[in-house]
Design a protein around this ligand. Sequence first.
Ligand SMILES: Nc1ncnc2c1ncn2[C@@H]1O[C@H](COP(=O)(O)OP(=O)(O)OP(=O)(O)O)[C@@H](O)[C@H]1O
Ligand SMILES: [Mg+2]
Length: 425
Amino acid sequence: MSTHRVLLLTTAHSYRNEPFQRAAGRLDIEVILGIDAVQPPVRVQPGRLALDFNRVGAAASAIVEFAHTHSLDAILAADDSGVVLAAEAAGRLGLVHNSPQAAQAARDKYVMRSLMAAAGVPCPWFRTFSTADDLESVAASVPYPCVVKPLNLNASRGVMRADGRCELVAAIQRLARILDAAGVDDDTGSAHRAHPFLVEAFIPGIEVALEGILDDGELTVLALFDKPDPLDGPFFEETIYVTPSRLPDDVQAAIAASAGQAARAIGLRTGPIHAELRVNENGPWLLEVAGRSIGGLCGQTLRFEMDMSLEELILRQACGLPWRGVRRNAQATGVMMIPIPEAGILREVEGLDAAAAVPGVENVEITAARHHTLLPLPEGDSYLGFIFARGETPAAVERALRAAHKQLRFHIVPEFIIMQGPAAS
Ligand SMILES: Nc1ncnc2c1ncn2[C@@H]1O[C@H](COP(=O)(O)OP(=O)(O)OP(=O)(O)O)[C@@H](O)[C@H]1O
Ligand SMILES: [Mg+2]
């Protein structure tokens, strides 16, 4: 009989389920998977609940009912899709939680920007528009270079840089097609409709990602990742993350302070956060703060004392078990999210053994399915896979990741319909 029970809001095939379940096993915590399902089936597997995350009220009621017979210590969200429901249901059950408004704000880039700017967090110029607006007027009213982005997609999907008016108009038209295809905000069923989006001033500089845990509003930094590949656009493909950061200590402290300030501005007070910032001669600038931990398989890079994982620390904090002061392992670690080089069907990947044999490389995992369509940015939102490395220094880890990537050959064949390019309709 486990001493604690946690509901993890997730998706059926999330990469995060297994790491959370493994960590829970070490802690004698029972993890119930709350699986997002548009039409929750009547019968689900034991240890699982089917919930429609978009119908927050009904799903929260189902969780409360479940908790009558299975008391819960905490409700966690594995990714952005579950954060609002986690906050709502935890609130109803009297568990420690973020307010649903804060969880919602962290998912909406416009609300998030507004709250951060109002609190004096360093942010770029920003304004929201609609794809139904007169695009020439939009283009005449923003600074350049700028970045156009959707309000609530992930993985840099739909995020584009524009250096001038024509580029911006083309980028907005392209974003409108991406949002039509994604079916977001779509309750009308019509193929083309008005979508809100954001334009921000482009912030030059280097980029970092901060992984942390909030406890009663206080931020503990678990890791700061450098992103050594330049992210200057026109699309913003994430590739390499390496920790510890090579930035000077005072810059790292300023980054942590800004991330904490941003989380407070949004209203986040508890649980994991994943913040992204840019840094230039004017200091750190907030890109965003999400009320969840790092996505995909990237959490695997982090190992703490006594072989604790990121998921174990998150579970410990959620259940009131000791977690403070746990130190990250001294070795440098990193991950490369393998970019999709072109659109088409992935036939085969060669060089996996050679890549895995590169000194320092721990694992090479191809997550894209063979014989399925690959969609690069800005339309796509996935990677070919992940390379993990470990070493004495961040520079050695970065070298190992690049060397392993060079060994890989991707055979991608064209598809009949390529959903890409400004000329498509
Ligand atoms: N104002 C900006 N100035 C410069 N670069 C930007 C700006 N906004 C976004 N970017 C770039 O685009 C990337 C994706 O933007 P953003 O984080 O807002 O979107 P996202 O889709 O939510 O990404 P993620 O899945 O990482 O959360 C950023 O990591 C950054 O490289
Ligand atoms: Mg982001």
